[in-house]
Design a protein around this ligand. Structure first.
Ligand SMILES: C[S@@+](CC[C@H](N)C(=O)[O-])C[C@H]1O[C@@H](n2cnc3c(N)ncnc32)[C@H](O)[C@@H]1O
Length: 281
């Protein structure tokens, strides 16, 4: 534990001093998260078998017959969104935001289809960073003509990185968006209480089992029947596995990510994300 704190202070002395003065609680949370992450990651990856043809199975579960027009829409929008962020001089893809990955093409496409087909009124996500998932949720809502997105993101302690939060989101979409700055542990319970029922929840914040389970259990209590949970990076911790063992009987999909370049930290060089479709009745 002290080793983690000392390593952090040695690597980021200025950041630690500034945070100590301006946001001591935030610094404490960051250190606690790092301690948990280091302990959990020593166990190695959580390997799952990917679901073959996850995209067809997702659409079958949503009772959408092929071909899906929403997939075609996505393929037009995705390269434009990536190019727009890259044109601002920002690196896109694995490890491009403070060690975190941008949402990859497969994750964002799955979320796009869920929003286009489920037509959710209330979507909650944790983890914004450059904002690829946020942008595509909001754009899909715009095309649906309804829906609101509430996103929670703990701002990085580095002020330069803070300026990049949500940079992928067009100004024209911001009317449907509430961005809450803070940890999911502090902000998610209150947000869910205010919203009451949600239709879709996306976890893409801190990928530790402790944090994933906390978020998914909170979201589950508010998720309507027939709604969905999307969980990124399920190979990096045991959160998805433990949660699905605790809540059997739902439709589960384990999907291979499609990063813009190989992610060498992952057992399959891509990563995995999971989808849980809650039984309708
Ligand atoms: C993987 S990135 C999100 C990628 C984003 N969804 C996208 O599609 O581009 C993770 C983000 O979660 C934030 N984060 C880390 N720990 C958090 C926590 N405990 N609560 C909320 N956000 C957190 C990080 O600062 C970072 O912005």
């Amino acid at each position: 534990m002290f080793g983690t704190v000392l390593r952090y202070a040695r690597h980021y002395p200025q950041r630690a001093i500034t945070a100590l003065k301006t946001d001591p609680l935030g610094l404490l949370e960051t250190l606690q998260d790092r301690i948990v992450q280091e302990r959990e990651y020593r166990r190695g990856p959580c390997i799952h078998d990917a679901t073959p043809n996850w995209e067809s199975r997702l659409h079958a579960a949503l009772a959408i017959s092929p071909p899906c027009a929403a997939i075609a829409e996505f393929h037009t929008e995705w390269p434009k969104a990536v190019a727009a962020v890259a044109a601002k001089g920002i690196n896109v893809g694995p490890e491009s935001f403070n060690g975190y990955n941008d949402g990859d093409g497969a994750l964002v496409r799955a979320i796009w289809c869920l929003v286009r087909h489920l037509k959710p009124q209330n979507v909650v996500e944790t983890g914004v960073a450059h904002g690829f998932t946020s942008r595509f949720i909001l754009e899909a809502m715009e095309r649906n003509g309804s829906g609101r997105l509430s996103s929670i993101d703990r701002p990085p302690l580095d002020p330069q990185m803070q300026k990049q939060i949500g940079i992928a989101v067009d100004e024209r979409l911001s009317g449907r968006w509430t961005l809450i700055r803070g940890t999911s542990r502090r902000c998610l319970p209150g947000l869910l209480k205010r919203l009451g029922t949600i239709d879709l929840f996306v976890h893409d914040s801190l990928h530790t089992e402790r944090n994933v389970l906390f978020e998914l259990e909170c979201a589950w209590r508010h998720l309507r029947r027939g709604g969905a949970l999307v969980v990124d990076d399920i190979d990096s911790n045991r959160g998805f596995r433990t949660f699905t063992e605790r809540h059997p009987g739902q439709t589960l999909l384990v999907c291979e990510a499609e990063p813009v370049r190989p992610d060498h930290r992952r057992f399959n060089k891509k990563g995995l994300f999971g989808i849980i479709l809650r039984k309708a009745a």
